[in-house]
Ligand binder design. Structure first.
Ligand code: MN
Ligand code: MN
Ligand code: MN
Length: 278
C-alpha cells in the first residue's frame, strides 16, 4: 500500500482541482491519499467523490499554520470528522487571520500608491484565500513591477513597505483543534523551517509536549540520511511517522504524488493511528 498523506489542490496553493489530483494519484499508484490544503477543507467533498469513483481511499486532511517562536510551522491534521464544530471554528479563525493580513497588505500598498490591490488580488485568487502570491501577481498585471520576484523585492518581501507578518495560534491550540475534530496531528516537513538541527529538535520536543502525535519523517524526495535522522528523532519523542509528497504542481517532479521512499521499518506508521493495519 502506498500512502501519500500530504498534498494540495487549487482550494489552497496547489494548481490541480481535487478531481485531477485524485486521478493523478491513482495513475501514480497511490492507494491512500490525504488532501491537506492550507487551513481549508473546501476541496474534500469533490476529492471524496472522485476517490469513490476511481477506488482510492481518501483521508480527510488539512494543513494548519501555527506559530513557534518568531516563525511559522505547519501542522497537518489527518482523519478529521468534517462535521466537527471545532474544526469549523478553527478554519474560521485561520481565515480571519488571513483576511486581516490581506486587508493590511492592501492598505500598505494603497499608501505606496497602488490602488485596488485587495479586489485585484481576490480576483486572481479565485476560490483560494488571498495571499501574497496573489498580490504579487496583481502588481505584475498592472505593470507596477516586471515580475513576481520584483513584487516581493519591492513591496511584499521581508522588511518592505507591504510586509505584514501573520500571528498564528500556538502548537497546543492547533493540536487541540485537530484532536477535537477526531484527527491525528502531524508536524509537517521539519527540515523546511530553516532551523539548525538543535532548534529543529527543540521544535519537535515542543510539538510532542503539545500532545502532537506524529512527525512527517518523509516529505517528498529526500536524502536517506535525513530520513534516518528524522526516524530516530520520532522514536526518541515517541511520535508516529508520516510520509507525503507535499504535492502542489505537476511542474515540481521532486514532490510529485507518491514520489518518495517507504518509511524505514523501525518507524511506527501514522496510519496505524488512523485505523489501517499495515
Ligand atoms: Mn503550500
Ligand atoms: Mn507546509
Ligand atoms: Mn503542504
Amino acid at each position: 500500500m502506498k500512502f501519500d498523506l500530504h498534498c494540495h489542490s487549487h482550494f489552497s496553493d496547489g494548481i490541480l482541482s481535487p478531481e485531477m489530483l485524485v486521478s493523478r494519484a491513482k495513475e501514480r499508484e497511490v492507494n491512500v491519499l490525504a488532501l491537506t490544503d492550507h487551513d481549508t477543507i473546501a476541496g474534500l467533498f469533490l476529492a471524496q467523490q472522485a476517490a469513490d469513483e476511481c477506488g482510492i481511499i481518501l483521508i480527510n486532511g488539512i494543513e494548519f499554520s501555527s506559530q513557534w517562536g518568531k516563525g511559522g510551522v505547519h501542522i497537518v491534521g489527518l482523519g478529521l470528522k468534517l462535521e466537527s464544530q471545532s474544526l469549523k471554528d478553527a478554519i474560521d479563525h485561520q481565515n480571519h487571520a488571513r483576511v486581516c493580513r490581506a486587508d493590511q497588505i492592501a492598505s500598505r500598498l494603497a499608501k505606496a500608491g497602488i490602488a485596488g490591490a485587495l479586489e485585484g488580488a481576490q480576483a486572481i485568487a479565485g476560490e483560494a484565500v488571498v495571499g501574497r502570491p496573489h498580490f504579487a501577481q496583481y502588481l505584475v498585471n498592472i505593470g507596477a513591477v516586471n515580475n513576481i520576484n520584483s513584487a516581493f523585492k519591492k513591496y511584499l518581501g521581508a522588511g518592505k513597505s507591504a510586509d505584514v507578518k501573520y500571528q498564528w495560534p500556538d502548537m497546543p491550540t492547533v493540536v487541540n483543534w485537530i484532536h477535537a475534530a477526531g484527527g491525528v496531528a502531524v508536524l509537517a516537513h521539519p527540515c523546511k523551517y530553516d532551523l539548525t538541527r538543535t532548534k529543529m529538535c527543540a521544535l519537535i520536543k515542543d510539538f510532542t509536549q503539545a500532545s502532537g502525535d506524529a512527525l512527517e519523517v518523509i516529505s517528498g524526495m529526500q536524502a536517506s540520511a535525513i530520513t534516518d535522522d528524522l526516524a530516530g528523532i520520532a522514536a526518541v519523542n515517541n511520535l508516529a511517522s508520516s510520509c507525503g509528497s507535499d504535492f502542489h504542481s505537476p511542474n515540481q517532479p521532486w514532490q510529485d504524488l507518491g514520489n518518495f521512499s517507504n518509511l524505514p521499518a523501525r518507524c511506527k506508521p501514522v496510519w496505524q493511528l488512523l485505523g489501517f493495519a499495515a
